[in-house]
Write a protein that binds this ligand. Structure first.
Ligand SMILES: Cc1ncc(COP(=O)(O)O)c(C=O)c1O
Length: 496
């Protein structure tokens, strides 16, 4: 990178072409709190920032995330070509608006929404599932309030029933929009919402029950069909009309291709809305999600803003006004480029590579698998014996090989279970899966011979020369939890 300085500048930068690394820009401290008075050459700004960014993790090796880290170069070109288009300028960019509508229609039909041929589905593109969930939650809250008001009943204590395994965005929705979150607790060995307990928790103030298709923690699908049956019965007994929302953030682009007979979507009568992250298994880079409603009756008209902006009436129902167009365009690219066949192929490969990983991890004999064979392609596993080292130690040490694998504890009431989770994305091929298993084995061998924190789960522990301590399983679990709490102080659920 060469910096050309043409204006009067300090010392040797004047009138000459220097490599950036021979200029003052790389030796001066970088502004961190206050905007600098003076400009710097674009080459220097580029070099300095890209150098610092080298210290970020490698996204392709970030196995913590469901979010897409690879797309075809043709799509990258489309993304760059539309990077300067504000999505909200619908009158100016009508084709982009049209592409979003096509995506909504395709996704709604993928989820078996009851829309006839030539009919338009009801839904909207968002920045991700979180925004999609806020919108769906608002629609439920408003519908419930309208009904309660029409019945002359109070409507100031809405609640929502979910499993304790919900992603943090549900807690955000509850707090931001003043809805009580009633969580069904988990238990060791059962890490999704129990539909029986969920329906027991439903009362007249419940605006909806949220089921997850692809729990963030283990990838497991919750049983939407059973939930529907139980809820229909309760609705019939009580005269309530409690609906279901499906949070299909990660499973929405998996289930239709791998498990077409699984009924979790609009085939299930009480499912009124579904969200999905386009940027997860929708195979688009970060910044796109979708929320689809069963029909227009489920989306209260008074939540839709009709604005007269830059020359036309624009109906909008989003939290933000401006946003980029690229991700919408990229979603449309993936839908038409891959088609059903292509998505199916990608999901099948992800599942095959998940199997390789599962089997490799199981073969070590050191882990319990928490994720099921059916679900989102990921492997969640816990150590059978954490007396010498914990999953947090493994997670930390895997970084040495370049892998980013998160370790976390489960939510209430399974907080004592600490797991590692590897998400298998499109770009995580078999050779990477095999290498990861090898690296885990190497680490186990290494840690087995290190001086241990404790020698057995419940026996004598040699620490600090010859002092003997006894550590119970309970103490070890406590340590694991404390370690994790320190790491994520102030946050509840860090995985996404
Ligand atoms: C089940 C579930 N719901 C919602 C979200 C939030 O999705 P987004 O990151 O698209 O906002 C996630 C993210 O991982 C998730 O796993």
């Amino acid at each position: 990178m060469v910096v050309t300085t043409t204006t009067a500048a300090e010392g040797r930068d004047e009138h000459v072409h220097f490599s950036t690394f021979a200029t003052r820009y790389v030796r001066n401290p970088l502004p961190k709190f206050r905007m600098p008075e003076k400009s710097i050459p674009k080459e220097a700004a580029y070099q300095i920032i890209s150098d610092e960014l080298m210290l970020d993790g490698n996204p392709r090796l970030n196995l913590a995330s469901f979010v897409t880290t690879w797309m075809e170069p043709e799509c990258d070109r489309l993304i760059m070509a539309s990077i300067n288009k504000n999505y909200v300028d619908m009158d100016e960019y009508p084709v982009t608006t049209e592409l979003q509508n096509r995506c909504v229609n395709m996704i709604a039909r993928l989820f078996n929404a009851p829309v006839g041929d030539g009919e338009t589905a009801v839904g909207v593109g968002t920045v991700g599932s979180s925004e999609a969930i806020m919108l769906a939650g608002l629609a439920f809250k408003r519908k419930w309030q309208q009904r309660r008001k029409s019945e002359g009943k109070p409507c100031d204590k809405p609640n929502i029933v979910t499993g304790a395994n919900v992603q943090v965005c549900w807690e955000k929705f509850a707090r931001y929009f003043e809805v009580e979150l009633k969580e069904v607790k988990l238990s060791q060995g059962y890490y999704v919402m129990d539909p029986v307990k969920a329906v027991e928790m439903v009362d007249e103030n419940t605006i909806c029950v949220a089921a997850i298709l692809g729990s963030t923690l283990t990838g497991e699908f919750e049983d939407v069909k059973l939930l529907n049956e139980l809820l229909e019965k309760k609705n019939a007994e009580t005269g309530w009309d409690t609906p279901i929302h499906v949070d299909a953030a990660s499973g929405g682009f998996v289930a239709p291709f791998l498990y077409p007979d699984l009924e979790w979507d609009f085939r299930v009568p009480l499912v009124k809305s579904i969200n999905v992250s386009g940027h997860k298994y929708g195979l688009v880079y970060a910044g796109v999600g979708w929320v689809i409603w069963r029909n227009k009756e489920e989306l209260p008209e008074d939540l839709i803003f009709h604005i007269n902006y830059l020359g036309s009436d624009q109906p909008t129902f989003t939290l933000n006004f401006s946003k980029g167009s690229s991700q919408i365009i990229a979603q449309y690219y993936q839908l038409i480029r891959l088609g059903f066949e292509g998505y199916k192929g990608v999901m099948e490969n992800c599942m095959e590579n998940t199997k390789v990983l599962r089997e490799g991890i199981e073969a070590t004999g050191r882990f319990n698998l928490l994720s099921k064979e059916m679900g989102v392609p990921l492997v969640a596993f816990s150590l059978k014996d954490s007396s010498r080292f914990t999953v947090f130690d493994l997670s930390e040490n895997l970084r040495r090989f370049g892998w980013i694998v998160p370790a976390y504890t489960m939510p209430a009431n399974a907080q004592h279970v600490a797991v590692l989770r590897v998400v298998v994305r499109e770009d995580f091929g078999r050779s990477l899966a095999e290498r990861l298993v090898n690296d885990i084995c190497k680490l186990i061998d290494e840690m087995d011979v290190r001086p241990g924190r404790v020698s057995t789960t419940e026996a004598h522990v040699d620490m600090e020369a010859d002092k003997h301590f006894r550590k119970s399983v309970q103490q070890i679990k406590q340590e694991v939890t404390t370690h994790w709490r320190r790491l994520v102080e102030g946050t509840t659920r860090g995985v996404c």
